[in-house]
Design a protein around this ligand. Structure first.
Ligand SMILES: CC(C)(COP(=O)(O)OP(=O)(O)OC[C@H]1O[C@@H](n2cnc3c(N)ncnc32)[C@H](O)[C@@H]1OP(=O)(O)O)[C@@H](O)C(=O)NCCC(=O)NCCS
Length: 259
């Protein structure tokens, strides 16, 4: 296994989270491409773990000023991902030290770029990206918003603690229609897919639904709402991790129409 910076021959694989065998994940790929194009000259860093010519893991991080957390002079890891699906693509590659190697490489890179620390996020349970996994690697909790725990590792004594940016204005209801508010930033193929599914379901259900897309890649739009990615039906947040299927989203909207 070797660690490399993203190279053109791996771009398409990277844009779909190493799942280039999945048509579903490609559904939202245009959002990721747009995000990548906007970020690649603004400090986005991508490292891949490659084994036998196959990308088996990735880590992507940006200057925190471009991310959905508040901070200064830090890099923010949007995600670290070691291919986990058995019998598909690169197979289950977890627990072989790949995640650790990617995180260490990102730390070294961020230090070399002059950052004062690295911020990451994780969840308080032992799957997806466990906050505990980062804690074991020396990260400290900085903030929490629901199940999203913000952690960080300082490289300098004057590094400032990062914080989550909180929602400013939650979506509301619309008289006589079911409101479907979908926020999409672009960095996460799963969230992009969820956005596209909601758009399709809303269109399918017709006049009774109003679909209100919010593209948060525009920093001004994002800061005015404080929501990077998310789906709300009549003002109520829908759980998007793991992304609900198209049928599930459609059922949820249809249920509201019936009410
Ligand atoms: C979390 C993840 C990055 C870890 O990478 P990995 O290659 O499987 O892990 P590694 O082999 O490098 O690390 C193993 C270490 O982590 C520890 N570890 C494993 N699971 C853990 C958990 N749930 N909590 C705490 N520590 C854990 C092991 O004890 C081991 O520690 P040690 O080195 O001190 O013995 C990986 O499992 C993953 O990608 N999971 C899915 C993440 C995901 O869904 N990402 C997409 C979100 S956008």
């Amino acid at each position: 296994m070797e660690l490399i910076d993203l190279r053109p021959e791996y771009l398409e694989t990277y844009l779909c989270c190493l799942e280039d065998y999945s048509d579903e994940i490609k559904e939202g790929q245009a959002h990721k491409r747009r995000w990548y194009e906007a970020m690649k000259d603004k400090g986005l860093r991508v490292k891949l773990a490659v084994s036998d010519g196959k990308a088996v893991g990735m880590i992507q991080y940006v200057p925190i000023e471009l991310a959905f957390a508040e901070g200064r002079d830090l890099y923010f890891v949007h995600c670290v991902w070691v291919h986990a699906h058995k019998d598909k693509g690169a197979g289950d590659q977890r627990k072989r030290g790949i995640g650790k190697a990617l995180l260490t490489a990102a730390e070294e890179d961020a230090r070399a770029l002059g950052a004062k620390g690295l911020a990451v996020w994780g969840v308080p349970f032992p799957f997806f990206i466990p906050a505990a996994w980062f804690k074991k690697r020396g990260y400290k909790k900085a903030d929490r918003n629901g199940i999203m725990i913000l952690l960080w590792k300082a490289f300098a004594s004057d590094a400032a603690v990062p914080r989550w940016i909180k929602a400013q204005e939650k979506p509301g209801k619309i008289k006589g229609k079911v409101a479907v508010d979908a926020f999409v930033h672009g960095w996460c193929p799963a969230m992009n897919m969820c956005f596209e599914r909601a758009k399709r379901a809303a269109a399918e259900l017709g006049q009774a639904v109003e679909f209100r897309p919010v593209e948060t890649l525009d920093r001004g739009v994002y800061l005015s709402r404080g929501i990077s990615d998310g789906l709300y039906i009549d003002g109520k947040a829908v759980r998007t991790g793991p992304p609900p299927s198209y049928d599930k989203i459609k059922r949820k909207i249809a249920k509201k129409i019936k009410k």
